[in-house]
Write a protein that binds this ligand. Structure first.
Ligand code: SF4
Ligand code: SF4
Length: 251
């Protein structure tokens, strides 16, 4: 018994002090893209190599839709002029779909909920996860938030089994035609007021499945979305940062 106590004391406190301290991310992590239009020579190589049509030509400038991007890095590799580079910035969430369309100017991060909503959800937010046809990588990176390393519960956020016990939905996957009705029913079962989070390229735009006839190009074609978290899958810290921004917790 004593040995167990000693081992526990030696382990100490294992939860990372996020958001007070910035996370240390793996070397291969690709964060928010940065676009420098002045360097573009209009060769359009990035547009033709992008697997999800996330890059759009706008005159002699380019725009990158983070809601479609799967962060494969091919556009960065193919551009000799370094017009697109991927930063280490993990904070990618936005409150409006259009804010995910990156131009050369500043990115508008997600804002906190309005005061009346914050009063209700600020200290306790229960979410029902809906897996609407993705590959499960988004779920895997969300699951780890409940482990001791991230400890989502310390912010009052928990995943619950029933939509009737939830304050909102956390949706992953492109919303397949088979899941559309189930998603709508689950949304209706959550008592109002409620919030909806779309996590991952699939849930935002259809991602790699975009355009396929058996899916519906993202959650906001079925239910209203309050927070978009890009990535394929989003890094757990990107997800946590997005949720905390919504709750007005400094990140
Ligand atoms: S990193 Fe994103 S924008 Fe660039 S090629 Fe891949 S999917 Fe397209
Ligand atoms: S966004 Fe990427 S990781 Fe998430 S479900 Fe879709 S394909 Fe999988």
């Amino acid at each position: 018994m004593l040995k167990a106590f000693v081992a526990r004391i030696k382990q100490g406190y294992r939860t990372y002090p996020f958001p007070k301290k910035k996370p240390s991310l793996p070397e291969r992590f690709k964060g928010r893209p940065v676009i420098s239009d002045s360097k573009c020579n209009d060769c359009k190589k990035c547009i033709s190599i992008c697997p999800t049509d996330a890059i759009i030509a706008n005159g002699n400038k380019i725009e990158l839709d983070m809601g479609r991007c799967i962060f494969c890095g091919k556009c960065e590799q193919v551009c000799q002029n370094k017009t697109i580079i991927f930063s280490r910035e993990y904070s990618l969430a936005a409150g409006k779909r259009e804010d995910l369309l990156l131009k050369s100017q500043e990115f508008k991060s997600a804002e906190s909920l309005k005061a009346d909503m914050l009063k209700i959800f600020g200290r306790s937010l229960k979410l029902r996860q809906v897996s609407a046809g993705g590959c499960n990588a988004c779920e895997a990176d969300t699951n780890v938030l409940s482990t001791l390393a991230y400890d989502l519960g310390r912010f009052g956020v928990q995943f619950v089994a029933s939509p009737r016990h939830a304050d909102g939905l956390f949706i992953t996957g492109p919303v397949t035609t088979n899941m559309k009705l189930a998603l709508k029913k689950t949304y209706d079962a959550v008592p109002s007021p409620k919030i909806v989070i779309a996590a991952g390229a699939c849930a935002i735009s259809g991602g790699i499945y975009s355009g396929h006839p058996e899916q519906t190009n993202g959650a906001d074609n079925s239910v209203p979305v309050d927070l978009y978290i890009p990535g394929c899958p989003p890094n757990p810290y990107t997800i946590l940062d997005g949720i905390l921004r919504l709750l007005g917790v400094g990140s």
